[in-house]
Design a protein around this ligand. Structure first.
Ligand SMILES: [Zn+2]
Length: 678
């Protein structure tokens, strides 16, 4: 057993901070208890003290509490003295006191610790709550922000809506104002209408009464016109406006005079309104050197233009001479006619050049070509007081009929017409402006021909004749006008006689080249078995052509390569001659037809280029086919029925044709003029 004094006893580190006297007392007590270990009753006490010391070492708050509890040094000293007393009972009592004090301190410490733990726990609970509250706060903040954003959006939307509402309100107000204006306007109109109706009624009544009470006219009118009152002034104003309106007056003096072409050749119609004058056509007369016989009747009138219906010489052949006499004169025609005229005029100049005093030459032709202006079907041309409109006439490519209008008066000049659809051109197609004209100037080429062969029949007759002749190894000669018939027959052969050789000779060759440009889509003159005879190659071709169809100019056997071909064909019994176009009464073609009808014989064939005629025995077949480009009498009557003119003038026909057609139309109730002016 070892002893220790308070001075030398080693200090347990956990006792630091305790009052040294307390530590010393405790140490002394512990030593005393050690020494008493033999006493079983004290051993438990010692262990209790050791436990207390261990607890003291662990808890600062327990140490403080113990220090406070044991502060009473006297009590402790007293307990220590008694602990150290030799009396076991006193020592036990003292130990119990110390133990009780220590137990109390331990309980207090435990209580303090529990409080500490509770406080810590409470703090932890607070932290959880705080976190939750923080989360709630954040969430609330988030909600608030979202709500604020929604509010801002809603505010903006509300502003937009307010704006729209404002605009709608304005528009509504405008619409309302417009509706009110319209209503006022309508009501005004209605009132005016009622006024006018009333006025018309009043006028009607007035006029009725005036006619019944003619003797009292002045006074009655005065009395009856009184209720019109203020309406008179606007009426007078309206009347002044009406009477001052230009070009609507009915009394523009539209006049028509035939300067040529009552018979066939030299067609020329003078149409005037006041001092303005227009010519429709200016053709060459028979023989080509003369123009329209009464051209000088233009007089001092201002010639503002010449309109050409189509490119045939009897309608346009004198234009170069006319343009030479009226420098600056405009020449108007459809595009196809304009294209064809240059070729036709140059050929005429060539023919005229052989005459002693030709009406024109190449220089005049050039100037006439320069004067040409195209006008299409349906478009309106204004020349001074006169308005011109063209519509399709059928006949040949580019052919037009002409409506001339001055104010409310209209005259229609038919030109040459065909109502049948041909291979190269469609039929007559009048415009609405051509309906019910004041005057119709109508061609009558076939006016005597009531029983003309229908076109389909003529075509099939021509085709079977051509087959017969070519099968026999002969040549079928078709004298044809360079412009129109030649191309029509060529297209017929292309279609109906494929493989049969066809030659086109003379002016028809040149014209066909131009003509081809104006044919309906897909149609051509040349190609297949249809060829042209080279320029200057007629003599050679006549010798070498082995059989087929020859189309050659001129159409009435006056001149040209057709005469060389006729010389080969006429006395050949295998060959034939087909007459397909109009033949003048005194033309060689007409003579040949008469000879054939009389049973044949010798035909006096004109010499080429002014050479001597030659007598040829006619052994070939000579046949006429109704393939003309003119309407027959029935078709001409149908045209008149369709247009219903107030007056009618027949031209471009032989005396007999005009007379027969005239009688027919008169019997149908139409008004025919016997004069050549209107
Ligand atoms: Zn013609």
């Amino acid at each position: 057993m070892s002893t220790s004094t308070p001075d030398t006893a080693p200090q347990h580190p956990s006792l630091a901070g305790l009052d040294p006297s307390v530590v010393a007392a405790l140490a002394a007590a512990a030593g005393a208890l050690e020494r008493l270990t033999g006493n079983g009753g004290l051993l438990g006490e010692v262990r209790g003290v050791k436990e207390v010391l261990a607890q003291l070492a662990q808890s600062a708050s327990l140490r403080q509490l113990t220090a406070r509890t044991l502060a009473n040094g006297a009590s402790l000293s007293d307990s220590a003295e008694r602990l150290l007393s030799a009396d076991p009972a006193a020592a036990t009592s003292a130990a119990n006191e110390v133990r009780a004090q220590v137990d109390g301190a331990v309980r207090d410490a435990a209580q303090a610790r529990r409080r500490e733990r509770r406080a810590a726990k409470s703090a932890s609970v607070d932290q959880v709550q705080l976190d939750r509250m923080r989360r709630e706060r954040d969430s609330a903040r988030e909600d608030r922000n979202a709500a604020r954003r929604k509010a801002e959006y809603a505010t903006r939307e509300a502003a937009d809506l307010r704006q729209q509402l404002a605009e709608t309100t304005t528009a509504l107000a405008d619409a309302q104002r417009q509706a009110e204006d319209a209503a006022r306007h309508l009501s005004g109109l209605r009132e005016r209408h009622e006024d006018l109706t009333w006025l018309a009624g009043a006028l009607h009544t007035t006029i009725g009464r005036l006619s019944r009470q003619r003797e009292e006219r002045d006074t009655t009118a005065q009395r009856l016109l009184e209720p019109l009152g203020a309406q008179l002034e606007p009426l007078q104003a309206a009347l002044r406006t009406l009477t001052s309106a230009p070009a609507t007056t009915r009394d523009l003096d539209l006049r028509v005079e035939m300067l040529g072409g009552v018979d066939i050749g030299g067609s020329c119609v003078l149409v005037t309104a006041g001092d303005d004058a227009v010519l429709v056509d200016c053709g060459a007369g028979p023989g080509a050197e003369n123009g329209p016989p009464h051209l000088d009747r233009i007089g001092r009138r201002r010639l503002t233009g010449v309109v050409i219906t189509h490119a045939h010489n009897d309608h346009a052949g004198f234009v170069p001479a006319l343009v030479a006499r009226h420098p600056g004169l405009g020449v108007f025609a459809t595009p196809a006619t304009v294209d064809l005229l240059a070729t036709m005029w140059r050929d005429s100049a060539k023919v005229l050049a052989r005459r002693p005093s030709p009406a024109y030459g190449n220089r005049e032709v050039d100037r006439a070509v320069d004067a040409l202006t195209e006008i299409g079907f349906g478009s309106t041309l204004r020349l001074g007081d006169l308005e011109i409109e063209l519509f399709p006439a059928g006949h040949i490519v580019g052919a037009a009929s002409v409506v001339v209008r001055a104010g409310e008066r209209r005259v229609v000049v038919s030109g040459d017409v065909s109502t049948s659809r041909q291979a190269t051109v469609d039929g007559f197609a009048p415009s609405s402006l051509a309906q019910a004209p004041d005057l119709l100037v109508l061609e009558s080429t076939y006016g005597a021909d009531l029983a003309q062969q229908p076109r389909a029949e003529a075509v099939s007759a021509f085709v079977s004749t051509a087959r017969e002749v070519t099968d026999a190894g002969g040549v079928l000669l078709v004298p044809a006008f360079a412009l129109g018939r030649a191309q029509e027959v060529a297209l017929l052969c292309q279609e109906m006689l494929p493989g049969v050789p066809v030659l086109i000779d003379g002016l028809a060759r040149e014209v066909s080249e131009v003509y081809e440009r104006h044919l309906p889509e897909g149609r051509r003159v040349f190609g297949g078995a249809v060829r042209s005879v080279a320029r200057g190659g007629t003599a050679e071709a006549v010798k070498t052509f082995r059989g087929g169809v020859v189309i050659s100019t001129s159409g009435m056997l006056h001149q040209g390569p057709v005469l060389s071909w006729a010389r080969r064909v006429l006395d050949d019994p295998r060959s034939g001659l087909a007459v397909v176009g109009y033949q003048d009464a005194e033309s060689p073609g007409r003579r040949l037809l008469r000879l054939a009808e009389a049973g044949g014989g010798y035909f006096e064939l004109p010499g080429r280029d002014g050479g001597d005629p030659e007598k040829v025995e006619v052994r070939a077949s000579v046949t006429k086919f109704g393939l003309g480009a003119h309407a027959n009498a029935t078709q001409l009557s149908q045209i008149v029925q369709r247009l219903q003119p107030s007056g009618l003038m027949l031209v471009h026909g032989e005396e007999r044709a005009r007379s027969m057609l005239g009688n027919r139309l008169r019997s149908m109730g139409h008004h025919l003029l016997t004069e050549t002016s209107w």
